[in-house]
Design a protein around this ligand. Structure first.
Ligand code: NAP
Length: 493
């Protein structure tokens, strides 16, 4: 029996949480926990500031290609966004402001990474790099999706005599004006860098292994009148947020999960026309033309990439990279592209999630073993054998051209319902059952075969089997799944 004064009752009344990461989803978790009356938590942040991906990605041109009035917390809409698609520094400032407005600093332990989480005696035992130990009832892994940069395995990379860095580790001390810059990669990052830098540098080489479809984007700044309209009529902002969510997430998600849909054909046609109408030189146009379908890789959205690559000081290099030498990049046609600065816009390890943290679940189950050969989770939030540990934007959730804020908000509301289940009763542990995860995974893999992501391209969406590690259904189905847990899919012990 548990009386109100017993240690057991106190524990149940006030569960302790650890939130790992103070990026977009960590900030969200802290705010929502407090709203739910849970105040006993610590946010562990390895860096010295909040912001996650927006803190780490400071490359020239960094911006969000999800509309700003959608890429905002639903409870902290922002009348001051400068553009329909705002730059990264502004997004970083937004997250810092929201965290400050909610007084989160007192809860955040900066400059210390959680190195291990071990589940024993119904609780998670955490240890940080600085040797701090913590014991909590619940862990929320808000560790982000794309955070471990991939450095390509190209012969001679180390020998390059100029400055060299990954796009997510931009070295702002390196001068660029008038110099010879090489960019490897043609993903969303590289495209933004090329557009931002071409007019500043002396010469720009873009090393393209795979051409990309580019959807045109309009991004005229908001006028002062529009901004004051948003400020004076917050309901207009809320309406815009809702409309964008419907239009953008639903319209786009319905298209990509059905490769034969009319919406998908419209997107393909818009990309094709953008290429035909914007790129003047037929040879360049053909070298920029992908040989796979639009949105098979994550779709690039840009106001001016095609203009940028047609500047006289820009060169699209399509000969394969043979090796890197002290003076620059040697391509398979024997040419040496001499460079002062080499930027690796070569992407991220999409399967890392909360790793390299060591995570040991029930009975010493190692996450690296549970996630071998690939990461997996029930509805992307819970892993069998890892009770009371929940992920935001975990494996196989909606990724791509979506607002991950909207995804995280839906997931967190779902997670809080799971937490309530444990708090309300006499039980102490909750996680998805293996059967539920396997059923979900089988359905997911079957549905993935109809998506545009499997129509013949290489991308970070695809796992080791070539199956997209993503939500393969319309976004409405995700909303529905997150509305309330199907409690039979959980083991409550
Ligand atoms: P990415 O999409 O994974 O692109 C990496 C690029 O590097 C690809 O073009 C790839 O070529 C190339 N590459 C990798 N290794 C190479 C090698 N050894 N030799 C030659 N080329 C090589 O990475 P990203 O551009 O950083 O974008 C990652 C994701 O971050 C995006 O898909 C998006 O989800 C997110 N992002 C979002 C925004 C936004 O505005 N919201 C902005 C930037 C990034 P292949 O295509 O041939 O593999």
């Amino acid at each position: 029996m548990t009386g109100t004064g017993s240690p057991r009752a106190r524990e149940k009344a006030a569960p302790r949480f650890a939130i790992i990461g103070a990026g977009m989803s960590g900030i969200l978790s802290a705010i929502k926990l407090r709203e739910a009356g849970i105040t006993d938590f610590t946010v562990y942040e390895k860096a010295d500031r909040v912001g996650g991906t927006w803190r780490e990605n400071t490359y020239p041109g960094v911006a969000c290609d999800v509309p700003s009035h959608l890429y905002s917390y639903s409870f902290a809409l922002n009348p001051d966004w400068s553009h329909p698609y705002s730059p990264g520094a502004e997004i970083q400032a937004y997250f810092e402001r929201v965290a400050a407005d909610h007084g989160l600093d007192a809860h955040i332990r900066y400059g210390d990474a959680v190195e291990s989480c071990r589940f024993a005696d119904h609780r998670w035992h955490l240890e940080t790099a600085a040797g701090v130990r913590d014991e909590v009832d619940f862990v929320i892994a808000a560790t982000g999706v794309l955070h471990r940069p991939v450095v390509p395995d190209i012969e001679g990379l180390e020998s390059f005599a100029g400055a060299r860095f990954h796009s997510a580790r931009w070295d702002h001390s390196v001068p660029l004006a008038g110099r010879r810059i090489g960019v490897i990669g043609t993903g969303s990052t590289a495209v933004q860098i090329v557009s931002a830098l071409v007019d500043e540098v002396g010469h720009l080489d873009l090393f393209q292994r795979t051409a990309q479809w580019v959807l045109p984007q309009m991004n005229a700044p908001f006028t002062d009148e529009e901004k004051s309209g948003f400020r004076e009529h917050p309901e207009r902002m809320a309406e815009l947020h809702e409309n964008l969510s419907r239009l953008f997430a639903d319209g786009f998600s319905n298209a990509v999960v059905d490769a034969d849909s009319p919406q998908m054909k419209m997107i393909e046609e818009a990309c094709r026309q953008n290429l035909e109408q914007t790129v003047v030189d037929p040879d360049l146009r053909e070298r920029l033309r992908p040989d796979y379908r639009a949105a098979c890789k994550r779709l690039i959205v840009s106001t001016d990439f095609y203009e940028a690559i047609q500047r006289p000081n820009a060169e699209l290099v399509t000969a394969g990279i043979e090796r890197i030498e002290p003076a620059g990049v040697r391509t398979a046609d024997g040419r040496l592209h001499e460079l002062d600065v080499l930027v690796l816009a070569t992407g991220f390890d999409a399967g890392a999630f909360m790793r390299p943290m060591s995570v040991m679940g029930r009975d010493g189950l190692d996450l690296d073993v549970a996630w071998s050969p690939r990461p997996n989770a029930y509805l992307s939030v819970s892993i069998p054998g890892f009770p009371n540990l929940f992920m935001l934007n975990g494996p196989n959730g909606p990724v791509g051209n979506f607002s991950l804020i909207e995804v995280a908000e839906l997931q967190l509301a779902y997670i809080l319902q799971l937490v309530d289940r444990v708090r309300a009763g006499e039980r102490r542990e909750i996680c998805a059952t293996t059967a539920a995860m396997e059923r979900f995974e089988a359905e997911r893999v079957a549905a993935a075969s109809k998506t545009v992501w499997v129509t013949g391209c290489r991308s970070w969406y695809l796992d080791d089997r070539g199956v997209p590690a993503s939500w393969p259904w319309p976004f409405d189905r995700f909303r529905e799944a997150m509305r309330a847990p199907a409690i039979d899919d959980f083991e409550i012990a």
